[in-house]
Ligand binder design. Structure first.
Ligand code: SF4
Length: 62
């Protein structure tokens, strides 16, 4: 699974970082994907975070 956030779409709601802090972080007012992560078991939460991102800025590629 590859996860990315489009910085042009993210407006910094912070929801992804609150929902899955092991994968997402909130830096400088915007959501970012942590560069190194232990995401085993978080796949479902990551997909949910992408679906619920209010700006649809999160892309998940299997
Ligand atoms: S949930 Fe979406 S809009 Fe909010 S910080 Fe994360 S990527 Fe940005």
């Amino acid at each position: 699974m590859t996860v990315s956030i489009d910085p042009d779409l993210c407006y910094g709601s912070g929801e992804c970082a609150h929902r899955v802090p092991s994968v997402f972080a909130f830096e400088d007012g915007y959501g970012v994907v942590r560069p190194v992560r232990e995401s085993r078991g978080d796949e479902g939460l990551v997909r949910e975070a992408a679906e619920l991102c209010p700006s649809q800025a999160i892309t998940v590629t299997e």
